[in-house]
Design a protein around this ligand. Structure first.
Ligand code: GLU
Length: 476
């Protein structure tokens, strides 16, 4: 998809890294230590399927171990290769540092088209891949904790956790070896929606930043803003759903594998998702106009463009024609380094991947803590909180009637106020807090330093600074 002059994904990440470190005062040795990928393990394993042995190639790359465990998803896709996994592992290090999830960065991938296999075959393949990684401590609650990524989800994570427990029967913290598990197998509420929810919270914070909005030439709130989403997978779907259902955005374009749908009045995200699940694509859906050349919709007039699929989709061949004033990178690496230069020169504001899609790893962090503490968040406090709120309500009502004022608390207020926070509310609150704090740390660099004119460089400055501090504290 990229033009011949386009650097690879791995090179793109390094170019962006180098642009930021040029503005920092790091010793060259430390700079290199932070940039390089520590190790990449390649495994080729055979699985007997349909009467014959099929060989698969998988990777687990560890970028930085300044904090352990290292963290990052496992991707199932035919596009997986060492270069990609290393670029993604590096982004994980920067992402975790930026949102203060106490992990180093890692990523894994299996070169496979999961749609070619049925569930029991995928289970065999996943367990075999997990076995290879577990026996080398590349899956381990205290060393390396995978999570879902493109082509994987709760189901694969449950198989991996079970495989780890079969191989480590006395490890009481076994569930913490992987995150993104189903809630009935040690997962946490709100993990599936987390990355999309994080994109929504990131946009909330951006729209509270008047200086940021001014730089993008945007005004007002999210209400009525035109949004184009590329990829209606887990991340794109949740982001589009929450932005349209809760914030009043109009999803004017949805780009998928087989083309795109456009509708200036807004598409029904839920209906499109159902259509895709049943028809394996967007074509034929009647609630919008079908556009065969899906990529052209990236160039459509809108306020916010959300690439939520593959890396490199905005590149030297189309960046000039992308007109959205604000791009939020829900995917990892959707804008190449060359495209980034073009867009920055045009004044496009890009909310960078390492921040924009950090909601997933943030809630993974909560899940890991939950697994290690062996108790659901809110279990001890919820009823006590409710009892204390009841006391206040009773007292207010008594005062009101004793004094003859006759105030009545609205039933809606009472119901909301009386409800103690459960796990989902706590997870969302922790995620919101994380996204706000990380935005503030980036935005202050963006707005205050004259030599920083984009959020990506600001994000790199903050995260590289934190990683470098960890290395220094270790005496490196
Ligand atoms: N695969 C996701 C990412 O790229 C989640 C990683 C995690 O939760 O560890 O950020």
């Amino acid at each position: 998809m990229n033009t011949p002059n386009e650097p690879s994904f791995r090179e793109s990440v390094d170019i962006m890294f180098n642009r930021a470190v040029a503005l920092m005062d790091l010793s060259p040795g430390l700079e290199e230590k932070v940039r390089v990928c520590n190790a990449t393990y390649t495994v080729r394993f055979g699985v007997r399927l349909r009467g014959q042995i099929q060989t698969f190639t998988g990777y687990r790359s560890v970028h930085s171990e300044h904090m352990e465990p290292v963290k990052g998803g496992i991707r199932y896709s035919m596009g997986v290769n060492q270069n990609e996994v290393e670029a993604l592992a590096a982004l994980m290090s920067y992402k975790c540092a930026l949102v203060e999830a106490p992990f180093g960065g890692s990523k894994g991938g299996l070169c496979i088209d999961p749609r070619q296999y049925d569930e029991s075959e995928l289970e065999l393949i996943t367990r075999r891949f997990a076995y290879e990684l577990i026996k080398r401590d590349l899956i381990n609650p205290s060393q390396n904790v995978p999570a879902p990524d493109m082509g994987t989800g709760e189901r694969e994570m449950a198989w991996i956790a079970d495989q780890y427990k079969r191989m480590n029967t006395t490890d009481i913290n076994g569930s913490a070896c992987v995150t993104g598990k189903p809630t009935n197998a040690g997962g946490i509420q709100g993990r599936t929606e987390a990355t999309g929810r994080g994109v929504q919270y990131a946009l909330h914070e951006f729209f509270r930043d008047s200086e940021g909005k001014k730089k993008a030439g945007l005004e007002g709130t999210l209400d009525g803003k035109k949004v184009v989403v590329q990829g209606l997978g887990n991340v794109g779907y949740h982001a589009a759903k929450f932005l349209s259902e809760e914030d009043g955005c109009k999803i004017t374009g949805i780009i998928e594998r087989d083309g795109a749908l456009v509708n200036p009045d807004g598409l029904d995200v839920e209906a499109v998702r159902t259509w895709i699940a049943e028809n394996d694509g967007v074509s034929g859906y009647t609630g919008g106009t079908y556009v065969k050349d899906g990529a052209s919709v990236l160039e459509q007039d809108c306020d916010i463009l959300i690439p939520a699929a593959l890396e490199g989709v905005i590149n030297l061949s189309n960046a000039e024609r992308v007109t959205a004033p604000l791009i939020i990178e829900a995917a990892n690496g959707p804008v190449t380094a060359g495209a980034d230069d073009i867009l920055r020169a045009k004044g496009t504001v890009i909310i960078p991947d390492m921040y924009a899609n950090a909601g997933g790893v943030t809630v993974s962090y909560f899940e890991w803590v939950k697994n290690l503490s062996h108790i659901r968040f809110g279990r001890m406090q919820r009823r006590q909180e409710e009892a204390r709120h009841q006391l206040i309500i009773d007292e207010l009502e008594r005062l009101s009637s004793d004094s003859g004022i006759g105030w009545e608390l609205s039933p809606n207020f009472k119901q909301k106020y009386l409800r103690g926070a459960g796990e989902l509310e706590l997870v969302r609150s922790g995620l919101d807090d994380t996204m706000r704090a990380a935005y503030q740390s980036m935005a202050s660099v963006w707005h205050e330093r004259d030599d920083v004119d984009d959020l990506r460089t600001a994000a790199y400055l903050v995260s590289i600074g934190k990683i470098a501090d960890s290395y220094r504290a270790k005496g490196l």
